[in-house]
Structure formats: C-alpha cells, structure tokens
Design a protein around this ligand. Structure first.
Ligand SMILES: [Zn+2]
Length: 450
C-alpha cells in the first residue's frame, strides 16, 4: 500500500554520481552536466541540460542495481521516449507516450508484447514535454502522465530488474529531470496522533474541512504538471509533482489544519491565501522542495495570487517537524508577497550593517540539502538556508518564532541582529492582524513541542 511507505534516496546512485552532479545523496539528475551515472557515448549523451538517446540496437539505458519496487519519474521532451524498468538484458517493460497514446509493453528478447494502451489524458502535450512516472509495486505498475494516473498494469513476467530510460528504435529521445526512489516505511501516522494529543488532549481536534472553510482556503489535491515557469530572463523553470497518495493526503490535511488553527482567522484571510495545492514528489527544476508559494517569482504573482504548493511527504518533509515548519514558512511568504516591501531595503541593511554577510542575491538554491538545520554559531541568521535571500531569511525567522520559539529566543540573547529581526517580523505581522500580538506569541511558546 503506497501509504505505508515514504520514498528514500538510493544511496548507491549518489555514490556513482558524486563529484559531477553536486547533488550529494540525492537521487535525481537534471542533466545540467555530464554525470558518471549516465553513459556518455555517441548514441547516449548529455547536451544542453538534457539527456539524449539515439539508439539503434538496444533501446533502453538502465543503470540501477536489480530492484523490485520503486518510483521513477522523468520529463520526456518529445514523443517516442519513455521509461524502461525491470530490465534484465533484453527483457524489460516500457512505459511511453507517442501519437496521443500512453502504453505499457514488455520487450522479450527482440519481440514487443503490448500489455495496455490508452488514449493519453487531456494533460498530454502532443509535442512535449510530458512528465512520465511509474510506481511499481509487486506485479502492479501504476503509470502517471503529467501528474495524473493513466493506467495500472498487472504483469508477473519480470519481477525484478534495472530501471532507466527508453527510446523507440530510430527515435531520437531527449529527457530532463530524472528521479528514482525505493520505498521504506514511514512514521507520519504515529507522529500525527502524538501531535494531536499534545495540542488538544482528550478534546476532539478541529475538522480539517472546517478549518479550511473558516480561513477561506480551498485545498486541492489534483494539479496538472509539469508547470513551466518563465522568470523573464530567457530561462524556463519547471515545477513537477503529482496527486498525493490518498491516505498520506488525508493525514497531511490534519497536520495542515493543526498548523492553520494556530493563527487568528484575520491573519490568514489578510495574507490573501486562497488555495493550497497538495502534491507529492514535488520538485522545482528537479530539486525536491517542501513547499512553494506562488509569488516567489514575479510572473507567478501576476498569474495566481495566494497559492501555496505543499508536498505531503517529500524529500524536504520527511517528518512532521519539517512539514510543520514548511507550512508556517510558506504562510509567511504569502504575507510577505502581499504586504512586504520588495526588495526590503531595511532588512538588507540589517544584514549589511550587522555581523551577518548580506544575503541579497545570494542564491544557494541547489545546495539546500540540510541547510534548514539551525546553526547556533551563524551570526545574524538561523541557518544557511536563511542566507539564500532576504525573503527566505524573513520566512525562517517567522517559522522559527511560531514553531520553535525557544530556539529563536535563546539565540536572540546573544545575537542582536536576530533580536532586531524578531522585532521587525513581530511588528510586520501585527500590522496585518491586530490579533498577532504578544498574547499570540505567548500561545506559540506554550504550544511548542518539547
Ligand atoms: Zn521559502
């Protein structure tokens, strides 16, 4: 059952890729550079941030160990490319889209056995790109196209094998953003039950639907991916994800309601938050992200205002702790986009004049693994993630104050820059909602999970 698992990195992939990709122990590739993991030959090569297959004999390139269950995703840039899985030599399964059809078949030696073909969903992009995903559990292969389920195929012929990319013979296929993971049990249910007990004791926790409605928020679980984002500098960035597993989504909505119910309704209503989209395997340019607020890039702000995308159980949300922190962090972004000056010069000056290095323009987006962890020795900032830019710095101060105030208050004692930032954030949110006063902050302190 998908809900019994969370998805863990494949450490061995990272070992093979280290030194070239810079992804640490992550198990995804955005093909921005060649990697020791993907073969570089005349027919299989990295070029312009994508990976290309122009094969004549074998039509699959697979690299993993022999594995059984897994999830794999890739963006196929033109029709004719696909995912190869459970491969042993010339036998393997293929999931591909071409000519408006999505299909799964099995190659046996050099013979193709079609297993299932369906007309591609409305989300299909005839000339690409299309996000393909296979979620293989035992003999069942759940296949997704652009985030939506298209078919589940059952077959027993190939119980294990390697996983990788596929190109029809004679097809020049190109791929972007490849991601793979294997399952492991996760503890969200247990932790969630404990959190609810801590917060509400024997009393019934609030019903998620009631909390969402009270705050004027629509929660959605379906969205069409990939979302292509053009920041205006000529580049195209990609948000990918898919509809979350039903049980994980249900649990996460309880957690989300818990976090939202911290706040006065006037605050949530005044930050202009209208929609929360729950996703899974959420990535921005191939980098797993716990949450993203529309407005983080200027054209987002024009197109959709007040929408937060949250991963119910992503790479960055591996425990309720990180999920809770991400929710509060993104809520602040929403408030900041609506009410904060951009750029916030007084905040930037706080960093320049203080001991901390200025963070304006310091983008370390690709190096964010572990950088949400609080670093006591870092002057002026809670963690290195805060040094990405002033927006992240502000959101981290706020999320820390709400979610683990004792850590922030302790740091304030010896760090005057943090103390000034705390003061600035408190008066900023007080102007948005008069109920965000010292009584509110005292309540947050009382609520803190010890
Ligand atoms: Zn952020």
């Amino acid at each position: 059952m998908p809900s019994e698992y969370w998805w863990r990195s494949l450490a061995f992939l990272a070992l093979l890729a280290s030194g070239s990709s810079g992804w640490g122990e992550e198990d995804f590739y955005n093909f921005s550079a060649t990697s020791a993991y993907w073969p570089e030959t005349a027919q299989t090569y990295t070029k312009g941030g994508t990976y290309h297959l122009e094969l004549t004999e074998s039509s699959a390139v697979t690299m993993t160990d022999v594995i059984k269950d897994f999830k794999v995703e890739t963006i196929v840039l033109q029709p004719g490319g696909g995912i190869a899985f459970r491969r042993t030599d010339k036998d393997y399964y293929v999931f591909q889209v071409a000519d408006g059809q999505a299909s799964v078949g099995r190659w046996e030696a050099s013979r193709y056995v079609p297993l299932q073909t369906v007309t591609a969903a409305a989300s299909y992009h005839p000339s690409g790109p299309n996000l393909l995903e296979v979620d293989a559990q035992g003999n069942r292969f759940h296949c997704y196209l652009n985030g939506a389920p298209v078919m589940t195929v059952e077959d027993t012929a190939l119980p294990t094998g390697e996983v990788g990319l596929y190109a029809g013979v004679g097809v020049h296929a190109a791929f972007d953003d490849y991601w793979i993971a294997i399952p492991q049990e996760h503890p969200i249910k247990e932790d969630l039950d404990r959190l609810i007990r801590e917060r509400f004791g024997a009393a019934a926790p609030p019903q998620p639907e009631a909390v969402f409605e009270q705050n004027g928020i629509k929660v959605e679980v379906n969205h069409i991916y990939p979302l292509l984002v053009k920041p205006g500098d000529g580049s195209v960035r990609t948000l990918t994800g898919r509809a979350p597993d039903a049980e994980l989504s249900r649990q996460y909505q309880s957690l989300l309601a818990l976090e939202l119910s911290r706040y006065p309704v006037s605050f949530i209503r005044n930050i202009g938050l209208r929609k929360i989209i729950l996703t899974q395997n959420q990535k921005f340019d191939g980098v797993p992200i716990g949450g993203i607020t529309f407005g983080e890039l200027p054209q987002f702000r024009r197109r959709v205002e007040g929408a937060i995308y949250l991963d119910v159980w992503g790479e960055m949300n591996k425990s309720p702790f990180w999920s809770q922190k991400a929710i509060n962090h993104e809520l602040f972004h929403c408030a900041d986009y609506k009410h904060g000056p951009q750029p916030n010069l007084s905040w930037i000056l706080l960093n320049i004049n203080g001991e901390g290095a200025p963070n304006w323009g310091r983008e370390s987006f690709l190096n964010r693994k572990g950088n949400g962890v609080y670093v006591d020795a870092l002057k002026g900032y809670l963690n290195t993630y805060s040094q990405e830019n002033f927006m992240e710095d502000r959101a981290e101060i706020f999320a820390g104050l709400v979610f683990c105030p004792s850590r922030v208050l302790k740091k304030m004692q010896t760090d005057p820059i943090i103390a000034k930032k705390v003061e600035a954030i408190k008066s900023f949110v007080l102007a948005i909602s008069p109920e965000m006063d010292e009584k509110f902050w005292a309540r947050m302190a009382a609520m803190e999970t010890k």
